[in-house]
Design a binder for this molecule. Structure first.
Ligand code: SF4
Length: 430
């Protein structure tokens, strides 16, 4: 079981793919995190690819927990958000101040200060263009939608997904529902209606992704399925399905699809379809459905990034300050932490020269791999380490120089970024 509230680290990505049905990404996206397999898995990325190929608007969504400092590990989601924004995404970012209040006792005023100074200023300095950033506590849409969504799941399901027990806090019931509402509310009609919505996450968030995707499917009137390599559509509900089936057949015919209806089975079968048509047909029908269903959502897509290892090995954790580099650390502080990091190096320089180091288990190498966009440079560092040409002391100094340089740029841009907040923060919606 993957537990989003656990502090353990998940390293066996192959096992996760096999056991949890996570799919590997294809080669569609030419971005360093895909190229280097730092994004090792995905769910529903085909909706995003279809939208981009067909110039259909799509969303990118992420959240931040305003309870500590932004560090290199949680920079990776924003790197992706900025990338998807460059491809045309409308970006939404939820400040999870309700959760930080409930789980960590951070008051709303304090949460606002942390969110702006520790996170949002850095996002803007990193290159995030104007978007919609909101506070959970001020967003009527997400609060009311979470109430609606809570009717689409039950305790048995939450127990199965999260391992909840009778003594689990109700917070652990509410939290996944609010997160589902955060993501799905971006598809409400007044915000643009149903759209592919990409959510970049660490794999520890997969239970939330599975739940929100299932809930989105349950709310649909038109359920698109692959049966015998063709597409069938089933109509949910108890009332006479004739009007909905006829309307679906009409709209599909306008798009070149011929179908047979079976009113008794509440179904229509698309004759000239194949597996590849599933996304297109679903996207056609969800738009049609949004005229009659306020909660017609496209199941969200997710990318799963590998979790960057802490500088002390294991997980980056604010409870071990030297395991992570905060984006607000000074260059000197970052350098000190990197100099004290564990490595994949050998015990002595002689052994390192003779046998080479092991970059595959080295958190210092991850600083290169996760935070440099230059493929050739990262490959050179890897090869030099393996070949015994690169020594850990010099390698750490070089990594420290790179990271300090990045932190310096962020610090220099901070005041300017704070002046632009009005282009990002959306006002209270109630
Ligand atoms: S040379 Fe660099 S990459 Fe290789 S083990 Fe040492 S610190 Fe890690």
């Amino acid at each position: 079981m993957i537990n989003p509230w656990s502090s353990s680290q998940y390293f066996d990505y192959e096992k996760l793919i096999k056991e949890f049905g996570i799919q590997r990404p294809d080669n569609y996206f030419d971005y360093f995190m895909f190229r280097r397999h730092l994004i090792f898995g995905q769910r529903g990325l085909d909706y995003l690819e279809y939208s981009i190929k067909n110039r259909i608007k799509f969303n990118a969504m992420t959240g931040l927990m305003p309870s500590g400092q932004m560090h290199l590990g949680n920079k990776l989601s924003i790197d992706q958000i900025i990338y998807f924004q460059s491809l045309g995404a409308d970006v939404y970012i939820a400040v999870a101040d309700l959760e930080s209040y409930a789980t960590r006792g951070v008051g709303f005023k304090k949460a606002r200060e942390i969110a702006i100074n520790e996170y949002i200023a850095n996002y803007i300095s990193m290159g995030l263009k104007p978007c919609k950033i909101y506070f959970q506590s001020e967003n009527y849409d997400t609060q009311s939608l979470s109430f609606v969504l809570s009717n689409e799941t039950n305790m048995n399901e939450l127990k199965a997904i999260y391992g909840l027990t009778d003594s689990s806090s109700i917070l652990h019931v509410n939290s996944p529902i609010i997160q589902a509402a955060d993501v799905l509310h971006t598809q409400l009609k007044h915000l643009g209606g149903p759209r592919a919505t990409i959510v970049p996450v660490g794999v520890d968030q997969d239970p939330h992704i599975r739940l929100m995707r299932d809930i989105a499917k349950r709310l649909r009137v038109y359920n698109v399925k692959v049966e015998n390599s063709k597409i069938s559509v089933y109509i949910k509900g108890n009332e006479d399905p004739k009007d909905k089936i006829d309307r679906a057949m009409e709209i599909l015919a306008e798009n070149g699809y011929e179908s047979n209806a079976n009113y008794e089975y509440r179904a229509l079968y698309i004759k000239n379809s194949s597996v590849e048509d599933r996304i297109k047909i679903d996207m056609i029908l969800v738009l049609e459905e949004s005229a009659i269903n306020d909660f017609a959502f496209i199941e969200p897509s997710a990318t799963f990034q590998k979790l960057e290892t802490g500088l002390k090995g294991g997980k980056m954790s604010s409870s071990i300050p030297d395991s992570l580099i905060s984006l607000n650390d000074s260059g000197e502080e970052a350098t000190r932490k990197i100099k004290h990091a564990v490595t994949g190096g050998k015990q002595t320089i002689e052994e390192q020269k003779k046998y080479g180091g092991n970059p595959d288990i080295c958190p210092v190498f991850e600083l290169y791999k996760y935070h440099s966009t230059d493929d050739k440079y990262v490959t050179r560092v890897y090869d030099e380490c393996k070949g015994g040409v690169r020594m850990c002391g010099a390698c750490k100094s070089e990594a420290a120089e790179n990271i300090s340089g990045m932190l310096k740029i962020l610090a220099e841009k901070k005041d300017e970024s704070l002046k632009k907040l009005d282009n990002y923060l959306i006002k209270r919606s109630s």
